[in-house]
Design a protein around this ligand. Structure first.
Ligand code: AP5
Length: 203
């Protein structure tokens, strides 16, 4: 059975980590606006490059992001959507282009979010995500090439959390008010969180 899953959560809640696991487990696409924008950060648009917004911790303008999501969902036979919608206007657009089977909010405290983002490292060759405390690679060659995401610097993290509270929390409330939202406690080791998500999706 194909699944159409929306995974919501604050920056650092573990959306990327869990989306990859879910995509592998169910053989569906991982549709992530963050990765798509990072892969095209110097693309010229009428609003400027995605990079200029991302490195400031601001949202990339809706028309750019909406188009990325529309194309990706059209091509997908089942998906887990991560990083979108981030404001009510994107939520409205999403409801016009697809139905959803599950809307899940990964709940993580702000203190934990800041620790996760500060310790996150990325392998520029594979895109694999690690953490200096929770998930450090054994291979020394990999360790040496890990980089910190530009928007994981402390000031930018603070701005991303502010933008999340202002723009994205209303999206969470919107789904909660409609009775569509399932909330999952995201403060546990990744494999435990994954089991909780599977229980929701399969239950
Ligand atoms: P995006 O890439 O979507 O960033 P985000 O939402 O801020 O989410 P993150 O990738 O920071 O966190 P995550 O929840 O995926 O956590 P992860 O699994 O990596 O967006 C970046 C930017 O792009 C935005 O600021 C904006 O500019 C732009 N953008 C994107 N979408 C947009 C949209 N729709 N509209 C407009 N602009 C958009 O985990 C974090 C760390 O914690 C990792 O190190 C991981 O190893 C560790 N970790 C994960 N799970 C656990 C666990 N259970 N226990 C301990 N550690 C864990």
């Amino acid at each position: 059975m194909s699944h159409r899953i929306l995974l919501l959560g604050a920056p650092g809640a573990g959306k990327g980590t869990q989306s990859k696991l879910l995509a592998d487990a169910y053989g569906i696409d991982h549709v992530t606006t963050g990765d798509a924008l990072r892969a095209n950060k110097d693309m010229e648009t009428e609003y400027g490059t995605p990079r200029s917004f991302m490195e400031a911790g601001e949202l990339v303008p809706d028309p750019v992001v909406n188009e990325i999501v529309k194309v990706a969902l059209e091509e997908a036979d089942g998906f887990v959507l991560d990083g979108y919608p981030r404001n009510l206007s994107q939520a409205e657009y999403l409801s016009e282009i697809t139905d959803l089977d599950a809307v899940i909010f990964l709940d993580v405290s702000e203190e934990e979010l800041v620790g996760r983002l500060a310790g996150r490292r990325m392998d520029p060759e594979t895109g694999e995500i690690y953490h200096v405390e929770y998930d450090w690679p054994e291979d020394e060659a990999v360790q040496e090439r890990l980089v910190q995401r530009a928007d994981d610097e402390e000031d930018t993290v603070r701005e991303r959390l502010r933008v999340y509270r202002e723009n994205t929390e209303p999206v969470i409330s919107h789904f909660r008010d409609r009775g569509d939202l399932v909330e999952v406690d995201g403060e546990a080791p990744p494999e435990e969180v994954f089991e909780r998500l599977k229980a929701v999706i399969e239950g």
